[in-house]
Design a protein around this ligand. Structure first.
Ligand code: BES
Ligand code: ZN
Ligand code: ZN
Length: 490
C-alpha cells in the first residue's frame, strides 16, 4: 500500500498530489515542485501556515486530478512528530473526499536539517496509521481507506530506501492490529476469545504458541491470576508467544497486562471510571503485536511474550479485599484492593518467564495506574527502571517513535508502603499518593536479578477522540516503541 515514486511529477496519474508547504522557508528542492508552489503565491488565503489548505484542479500540464497544498507552519516547528501528524491529517482529508490514490511529495531532508530516513519513515507512519478506520461495529460504513499512498522522492533516494515502505507497513499494520484488539468491546473479547485471536495472528507468522487454560493455571500454581479471574464466568488464559531465531544471542521477555474488562472487582470502580475499561488489555495487545512485527522483520533476538488474560469482575466467587494468595513464586500477597489487579497477574507472569526462560532483559507493559495518568497526562507513558542503560535506550526509542516515555523514580524508602501485617506484601499502598510508583515497586519485588523496565501506558493506550493519525479507541501505543527498542537491543 505504501510506495516510493520517482520521475516527472507532472506525468504521474493520481487522484491527488499533496505538497507540504512551509510558511517561512522553501523545503523542496525539485524545480517542478517549487514551480507548482508558485501557483499558490497569488492566493492570499494560503501562506503555508499550519493547516492552511489550497486545492487546485486540472492544472495545465499536470496529469493528477488535483494538487492539494497543505501548510506545515514554521520551519522551526517541523520535526518527525509534526510530519507524522501532517501526513495523518492529509490522508484523513483524502478519505473524506473519497479518493483512492494519493501522492505525497517528500520535502528535502537537508532543507529540514534532518535525516532523510527519519523524514520518510515518519511521513509513511503518519499516512499509514491515519488511514486506519475502525468501523467493524457500524452497519453503515461511511468511508473507506485510501488504496494507494505514494511518496514522491528523488530517484537515488528511492533506490537507497526501497525496503523502507515494507518495514513501515510491518510495524504499522501490527500497531493497527493492537488498536483493533483494544477497541473491540469486552463482550467480544473474553480471555478465551482474545487468547484465540492473538494466537491466530501469531500463528500466521510462525511464532510458537502455548495457551494455558484455567485448569493448567491452577495446577501450575498461578494463584494470583486465578484470584483476579475468580469473579468472572469468563475463565483466564496465559498466552505464551515465542520468537526464537537460530542465531539469536539474547532473549528479551515482554510481559503485557491483559485485563479484558476491569470493573475493579469487589472494589467496584465508580461510574465514569468504568466506561473505557475494555482498554485494560492494551499492554497485552502491544506485546503480541510487537512479537508479530519482530517475526515479520526477522529480527535477530529471541523474544518471549507472556500475556496473562483475565476479566476482573465482582461476584460471589470474586476475590475479597483481605484475601491472601501465594503467587507463582510462592510469595504471599494480601489483596487489599481488588482493583489493583494488574500487578497481581503481572507478578505471576513475570515469575513464570524468569523461571522458565531466564531472559536477559524483562520489560512489562501495562495500563497499570490512574495515578500515572494524573502524573503525566494522556499522551506520555511512565517509565520505571533501576537500569540506567536500559532506561536510556527506551527514552531514545520513545523520542524516535514519538511514543513518549518519562522516567519516574523507584525510591527504596517507599517500599514500606507495601508492607502487609499478614502476608509478605500488600497489593495496595498504605498511602493514597504516588500510586504509579508503588505499583512499579510492587512489580520490582518479582523481578529477581533481571534487567527490567516497566512501562505504564494507562494514559496513552486509548483515546476517546480521534487525533491526527489515530481514530478514537486503542492507539496501539507501545508497538512502534518496542519494535525500535528491540532492534537496538539485538
Ligand atoms: N486499570 C486500572 C488503571 C487505569 C486507570 C488504566 C485509568 C487506564 C485508565 C488499574 O487496574 C487500577 O484500577 N488501578 C488502581 C490502583 C489502585 C486501586 C491502587 C488505580 O489506579 O486507581
Ligand atoms: Zn483495576
Ligand atoms: Zn486494571
Amino acid at each position: 500500500m505504501l510506495n516510493l515514486k520517482t520521475g516527472d511529477i507532472s506525468g504521474l496519474k493520481t487522484d491527488a498530489v499533496i505538497i507540504p508547504v512551509c510558511e517561512d522557508s522553501e523545503i523542496h528542492d525539485g524545480s517542478d515542485v517549487v514551480s507548482l508552489i508558485d501557483h499558490t503565491r497569488r492566493a492570499k488565503e494560503f501562506k503555508g501556515a499550519k493547516d492552511d489548505e489550497l486545492i487546485l484542479f486540472d492544472i495545465h500540464g499536470i496529469k493528477a486530478s488535483r494538487v492539494i497544498f497543505l501548510g506545515l507552519g514554521k520551519i522551526k516547528n517541523i520535526d518527525s512528530e509534526s510530519l507524522r501528524a501532517f501526513c495523518g491529517k492529509a490522508v484523513k482529508k483524502c478519505i473524506r473526499k473519497k479518493l483512492d490514490e494519493v501522492l505525497i511529495v517528500a520535502p528535502s531532508a537537508e532543507k529540514l536539517n534532518s535525516d532523510i530516513r527519519i523524514v520518510l519513515e515518519s511521513m509513511m507512519e503518519g499516512a499509514f496509521l491515519g488511514n486506519h478506520i475502525f468501523d467493524k461495529y457500524k452497519n453503515e460504513r461511511k468511508s473507506s481507506p485510501i488504496k494507494k499512498i505514494e511518496f514522491f522522492v528523488d530517484p537515488d533516494i528511492s533506490k537507497i530506501f526501497s525496503e523502507l515502505p515494507g518495514r513501515v507497513e510491518i510495524v504499522c499494520s501490527s500497531t493497527i492490529l493492537a488498536r483493533e484488539w483494544v477497541s473491540i468491546p469486552s463482550n467480544d473479547k473474553t480471555p478465551e476469545q482474545l487468547a484465540k485471536e492473538m494466537a491466530a495472528s501469531a500463528g500466521k507468522v510462525n511464532l510458537k504458541i502455548s495457551v494455558f487454560d484455567e485448569q493448567k493455571l491452577k495446577r501450575l500454581g498461578f494463584s494470583a491470576i486465578i484470584a483476579v479471574a475468580s469473579g468472572s464466568s469468563n475463565k483466564p488464559r496465559l498466552l505464551i508467544l515465542k520468537y526464537s531465531p537460530k542465531k539469536a544471542k539474547k532473549t528479551i521477555a515482554l510481559v503485557g497486562k491483559g485485563v479484558t474488562f476491569d470493573s475493579g472487582g469487589i472494589n467496584l470502580k465508580p461510574p465514569g471510571s468504568l466506561e473505557d475499561m475494555k482498554m485494560d488489555m492494551s499492554g497485552a495487545a502491544a506485546v503480541a503485536a510487537t512479537l508479530i512485527s519482530a517475526a515479520k522483520m526477522k529480527l535477530m533476538v529471541g523474544i518471549i511474550g507472556a500475556i496473562p488474560i483475565v476479566e476482573n469482575m465482582p461476584s460471589g466467587d470474586a476475590a475479597r479485599p483481605g484475601d491472601i494468595v501465594a503467587g507463582y513464586n510462592g510469595k504471599t500477597i494480601e489483596i487489599n484492593n481488588t482493583d489493583a489487579e494488574g500487578r497481581l497477574i503481572l507478578a505471576d507472569a513475570i515469575s513464570y518467564v524468569i523461571k522458565e526462560y531466564n531472559p536477559d532483559i524483562l520489560i512489562d507493559v501495562a495500563t497499570l495506574t490512574g495515578a500515572c495518568v494524573v502524573a503525566l497526562g494522556e499522551k506520555i507513558a511512565g517509565l520505571f527502571s533501576p537500569d540506567d542503560e536500559l532506561a536510556e535506550k527506551i527514552i531514545q526509542s520513545a523520542k524516535k517513535t514519538g511514543e513518549r516515555c518519562w522516567r519516574m523514580p523507584l525510591p527504596e524508602d517507599y517500599r514500606e508502603l507495601l508492607k502487609s501485617e499478614f502476608a509478605d506484601i500488600s497489593n495496595m499502598s498504605s498511602s493514597k499518593w504516588g500510586g504509579a510508583i508503588t505499583a512499579a515497586l510492587f512489580l520490582s519485588e518479582f523481578i529477581e536479578d533481571k534487567r527490567w523496565a516497566h512501562i505504564d501506558i494507562a494514559g496513552p493506550a486509548y483515546t476517546k477522540k480521534e487525533t491526527d493519525y489515530c481514530g478514537a479507541g486503542g492507539t496501539g501505543f507501545g508497538v512502534r516503541l518496542l519494535c525500535d527498542l528491540i532492534q537496538k537491543l539485538q
